[in-house]
Design a protein around this ligand. Structure first.
Ligand SMILES: Cc1ncc(COP(=O)(O)O)c(C=O)c1O
Length: 460
């Protein structure tokens, strides 16, 4: 860490933060006696805080974002050069990096063809919701307006995306929510709703169809699903699930919206999570890893067939997507995204993600042999979870405070891990790991060694 950051000026930063910054997702009462956490520098997989302590970051910036790691000068330079040349014009017009990035992105997504830029994952998802409603108004007499979402999935923080959120604790105290969103059952076999069944994946997909038939297929425009559920507990889909979901969508003419905000751009070892399952989506949304946090950018990607629905009648003043986002597609975002993509390709980070993901899963499974507290290990690529239980036989979930104690113990020992929290009452019990795609074997082993020690101390 550079010495300039170790001066007394840092005390002023900490006090300014304590006095004036309202942090995301945290209770502030403890900051009356404890310093808020401030990270001041990052390089590769490592971070340094205001006190100069070093950490290994196993969660890519806390929320599975910094896919190519910290301190990438080439991304910073690409953004700088773009800002000096042309920093902004509304996305009603095009930009050089916007056009080039859209083409590079679509090359990775056979079957898709149009990119609508925004600023955040929530915004990208909300664009889809607006598109689905507009399609319903223009092409289905206003009927096919409902959007299905799945129990335990999360799609964002705005009121409309919370309305599509299957995590009741996150929604608590923010109602009334937006009408027109309907929940379908989760697909976590470890917490099977139907006891032990042979074909759990198909059964969970059939449960979606039951909801469709109950609501009336002609009322439902789209279904929004995470390919692998992230904050709801790192839920990898069961065998047979996606094939059946795709078939159900086709039979009932329901558009398939895949939320790749976490999985997108390499996290699972392929460019997109849905590409593991042969899915043909109508909408794909992405944000976090698109520029690895070097700039704010999100993308709502559609097929040409969806796009065509918005230019059917050029004489009608309402026959286009009447949506704007001032900063969406602003030139620094796609400039960062282009360079981010180049790094993933040139450094072969997808292959590294597959290899290191297998190592991470294997290490976690080895821990499961030794720690009764690990009920199940799940994951795909560098996106893994370990569900903690107080009783392996009954699968009684571990208490949230014990799960948080494991996270705190790792942090105290210099490794930042995550856990599901305040999302699903009684089920906030999954440790979450999403190291940068550059992780080495030594990084992976250090992460799991920290968890090993923490589980020993917290659960005995
Ligand atoms: C699957 C998923 N979708 C959407 C979002 C919302 O993204 P943002 O926080 O950028 O609005 C998140 C955020 O964690 C997410 O995990």
């Amino acid at each position: 860490m550079s010495s300039v950051l170790r001066t007394d000026a840092m005390r002023e930063v900490v006090e300014s933060d304590r006095a004036h910054v309202w942090h995301h997702l945290v209770q502030h009462k403890p900051f009356e006696t404890v310093d808020p956490r401030i990270y001041v520098e990052g390089k590769g997989m490592r971070l340094w805080d205001a006190a100069g302590r070093e950490y290994l970051d196993a969660v890519s910036g806390g929320v599975w974002t910094v896919n190519v790691g910290y301190g990438r000068e080439s991304i910073a330079n690409a953004v700088r050069d773009q800002l000096v040349r042309m920093n902004y014009f509304s996305n009603a017009a095009g930009s050089v990096p916007g056009a080039l990035f859209a083409r590079r992105l679509i090359e990775k997504m056979p079957g898709m063809s149009r990119v609508y830029f925004g600023n955040s994952g929530s915004e990208a998802n909300e664009k889809v919701f607006k598109m689905v409603r507009q399609i319903a108004h223009r092409h289905h007499g206003g009927r096919k307006y409902k959007i299905l979402y799945r129990e335990r999935d999360y799609h964002g923080t705005t009121i409309a995306t919370l309305s599509a959120g299957g995590q009741p604790q996150r929604n608590a105290q923010y109602g009334p929510l937006t009408p027109g969103f309907v929940e379908v059952p989760h697909c976590l076999e470890y917490r099977s709703q139907w006891g032990a069944v042979d074909n759990y994946g198909e059964r969970a997909a059939d449960a979606i169809e039951q909801v469709i038939l109950r609501e009336g297929p002609d009322t439902i425009g789209a279904i929004c699903l995470e390919p692998v559920t992230a904050g709801g507990g790192v839920i990898t889909p069961p065998r047979g699930y996606w094939e059946r979901v795709q078939d159900i969508c086709r039979r009932h003419s329901i558009l398939l919206h895949i939320d790749e905000v976490v999985c997108g751009v390499g996290r699972t070892g392929k460019w997109f999570g849905y590409q593991h399952y042969g899915i043909k989506p109508d909408f794909v949304t992405m944000a976090k890893g698109v520029a690895s946090g070097y700039a704010a950018i999100s993308c709502t990607v559609t097929t040409e067939a969806v796009f065509d629905l918005f230019k059917d009648d050029p004489n009608d003043p309402l026959s286009y997507f009447r949506d704007i986002s001032t900063f969406g597609g602003c030139a620094g975002g796609p400039a960062a995204a282009l360079e981010n993509m180049r790094i993933i390709e040139d450094e072969q980070l997808l292959a590294n993600t597959q290899r290191m993901g297998e190592r991470l899963l294997a290490n976690l499974r080895a821990l499961q042999q030794r720690h009764a507290a690990i009920g199940e290990v799940r994951g795909l690529g560098l996106f893994c979870g370990a569900e903690l239980v107080s009783d392996r036989k009954t699968r009684e979930p571990a208490e949230e405070k014990k799960v948080q104690a494991v996270v705190a113990d790792c942090l105290a020992n210099g490794v930042i891990i995550g856990a599901t929290n305040r999302s699903l009452a009684g089920l906030n019990n999954t440790l979450c790991l999403s190291p940068a795609l550059i992780a080495s074997e030594a990084d992976i082993d250090r992460i799991t060694a920290a968890i090993d020690a923490a589980l020993g101390r917290v659960f005995g």
